[in-house]
Ligand binder design. Structure first.
Ligand code: NAP
Length: 314
């Protein structure tokens, strides 16, 4: 039996609830929470060995929560997508919290299925069977119907054409967040310098009324979106292309959930395919639950999934 570990959850939403349930089945883990906003201190300041912060996607919104947990001596796992590689958004905050974690001897990790696995950790693992990497193409088709309403509206579902466009301009409609972070995690491990990352986000409109578990989509509103991110390396070469199609009913557009990774190299490549694709809800909750031991054992500082051993159910 492994060493007993205490894990507290901040954010009482889908990820926390599902990951806490997974960990409660493990005899050697003590689960505290999930705690909502009103019980912030019970989650962040109780000194649990690992604190999971699953609240929002944005580094600026979780920075003080991470600070308080680290100051209380806890390792932190957060599902905030921007935290998967915080230097991509705000190097000063990333450096400050990294230094704080080092001084307290604890580790911070941003992780989930995406970012945290599908576009980074799994890609790096697949690179192990290729002698030299020329370019990467990672594609996901995701069924969004199980997402909560807040997340769905923010990523771009259930909008009119006008509100999608306005939100995209204002930054309130984001599409899925985390591709630049995943790309930088992979680039860091492969020693590639990214010159720029080009991005596209296009709405997909519903032809008929559709329903997700948390909201209804009327015909003519957005039922999903297509994103393409292209990381360009030295010499203007597209080195890493990420294509993501999210829809509340992929079958309605003739697609099915799937994941694929294509790695091309001068001495041969590899193509991996998962059909049906990895489940966003159970996948993310499992990655979080399966990360508590690797985070507790990791060297201090703000780390990434590129620097840790694989997440495993132990
Ligand atoms: N990296 C990944 O692969 C990955 C995977 C899954 C989720 N995520 C991200 O992780 C976050 C949580 O996901 P979820 O599916 O669990 O969302 P959710 O079901 O909407 O739950 C979020 C919870 O956090 C609370 N919350 C929101 N903003 C907060 C804040 N600023 N301070 C304190 N509490 C706050 C919400 O409370 P109220 O109801 O009171 O607002 C709710 O209890 C989302 O931003 C999601 O995009 C990332």
């Amino acid at each position: 039996m492994s060493r007993r570990l205490s894990v507290a959850f901040y954010g009482a939403g889908q990820v926390s609830t599902n990951a806490a349930e997974i960990l409660r089945r493990r005899a050697d883990i003590e689960v505290l929470g999930p705690f909502g906003r009103a019980q912030r201190d019970a989650a962040l300041r109780a000194g649990a060995e690992v604190v999971v912060i699953a609240t929002t996607s944005f580094l600026s919104a979780i920075a003080d929560d991470v600070r308080d947990a680290v100051e209380s001596g806890s390792n932190v796992i957060t599902t905030a997508e921007e935290a998967a590689y915080p230097w991509a958004n705000d190097p000063a905050t990333a450096d400050r919290l990294d230094a704080l974690a080092r001084s307290r001897g604890v580790t911070i990790l941003g992780a989930g299925l995406n970012p945290g696995f599908a576009f980074d950790a799994l890609v790096l693992t697949a690179c192990g069977v290729v002698a030299e990497v020329e370019s990467l193409l990672v594609e996901r088709v995701v069924d969004l119907s199980g997402f909560g309403e807040t997340v769905l509206r923010r990523i771009g579902v259930a909008h009119s054409a006008e509100s999608f466009e306005e939100g995209r301009r204002a930054g309130t409609v984001t599409g899925h967040i985390g591709f630049p972070q995943s790309m930088r995690v992979v680039a860091g491990r492969l020693g590639v310098e990214i010159e720029r990352i080009d991005r596209e986000l296009d709405p997909i409109f519903a032809d008929t009324d559709l329903a997700a578990s948390s909201l209804a989509v009327s015909a003519g509103e957005t039922a999903g979106f297509r994103q393409r991110y292209a990381a360009v390396s030295a010499g203007g070469r597209t080195w890493f292309e990420a294509v993501f199609t999210g829809h509340v009913s992929p079958a309605a557009i003739g697609r099915e959930p799937r994941d694929s990774i294509t790695i091309r190299g001068p001495y041969g490549g590899v193509h991996l395919e998962a059909t049906p694709g990895m489940n966003p809800q159970s996948g993310s909750a499992s990655i979080v639950a399966n990360s508590v031991r690797r985070v507790a054992a990791a060297p201090p500082g703000w780390t990434t999934v590129g620097d840790l051993p694989p997440a495993v159910p132990a």
